[in-house]
Design a protein around this ligand. Structure first.
Ligand code: SF4
Ligand code: SF4
Length: 158
């Protein structure tokens, strides 16, 4: 039994890790490991970079084909797709966000790991509505790119 089957939390070791060159180009990471009949991510991709052996199989991204467009992020009902792009010491993480308040461009937010712990902070670079899902791009430290998977908007002083 893999640890995530007990804890429900994936770790970096459960993922297909992109090469440094692929990270610099930008790629989608699918953190979807359960065998469920679902495939909107496959249909959303304009370059056919996501494949599945069958409708129940976990998706696989061809990192060489992926153009980091982010189309798959907003269509995933499991909120399980992230786009990561490394830029020198910084990284850009694009993630689905379904909480209120919605962050604004240039806002400083906390970056949160898969366990729900704060690991740093980031600056919002883009907020986009994709269907019913808000898709946010946050700039953070490159070292946190494969670990941060959520953001927390800071409470404003009254
Ligand atoms: S980010 Fe764009 S190109 Fe990459 S897998 Fe998702 S939809 Fe396809
Ligand atoms: S859309 Fe999301 S939940 Fe469905 S198969 Fe793709 S990654 Fe998994």
């Amino acid at each position: 039994m893999k640890p995530y089957e007990r804890t429900g939390v994936l770790s970096v070791n459960d993922l297909k890790i992109p090469s440094e060159k692929q990270l610099e180009k930008g790629v989608a990471i699918t953190e979807c490991v359960q065998e469920i009949p679902c495939n909107p991510c496959v249909d959303s991709c304009p370059v056919d970079a996501i494949s599945m052996n069958d409708i129940n199989a976990p998706p696989v991204v061809d990192y060489n084909k992926c153009i980091a467009c982010g189309q798959c992020v907003g269509v995933c009902p499991g909120l399980a797709i992230f786009v990561v792009k490394k830029q020198n010491e910084k990284g850009l993480l694009t993630l689905p966000y379904e909480f209120l308040p919605v962050p604004k461009k240039d806002e400083v937010v906390e970056t949160i790991d898969r366990d729900g712990e704060q690991i740093g902070e980031g600056v919002i670079k883009r907020v986009k509505k994709q269907g019913k899902t808000i898709v946010v791009t946050v700039e953070l430290d490159a070292k946190d790119l494969m670990n941060a998977r959520h953001i927390k908007v800071r409470e404003k002083d009254e």
